[in-house]
Design a protein around this ligand. Sequence first.
Ligand code: HEM
Length: 127
Amino acid sequence: MEHGTIYNEIGKEKIDELVEAFYKRVSEHPELIPIFPDDFTETIRKQKQFLTQFFGGPPLYVEEHGHPMLRARHLPFTITPTRRDAWLSCMSGAMNEVQIEEPFRSFMFERLTMTANHMMNTPEDEK
Ligand code: HEM
């Protein structure tokens, strides 16, 4: 489907800007700093590829890295409900900053929330 994908509606630039704004917040978030690398270059590059494909653009992530298997790729990191909330709050702030408009914002945030829920792998008290 060429028309009607989020990617086509908001455009490549917006997704790239969103990812930059997002990781700037992640890199300053006390709950998230401990599990992310100091250098975000590669993380940013992969997330641009992933979100491009996640929102209906070309399959850049799968072409370079194969099947995302996102839950498995997140298992090495302790992801508690608090860290999920922190991730989503960075994303929400980034969406405001780069001005993703409705109805795209709600649709995107809902899909990201579902995926973030799926990434949790540790109850709060085992942190
Ligand atoms: C990689 C944390 C949710 C997509 C990572 C990495 C961490 C992380 C620590 C490794 C970074 C690196 O070494 O470069 C989290 C936390 C989440 C979360 C705390 C909270 C629930 C999500 C969600 C998505 C996502 C919702 C997608 C919608 C990715 C991708 C990568 C990644 C594509 C790169 C995987 C690769 O190495 O190829 N995440 N993540 N993450 N995350 Fe998340």
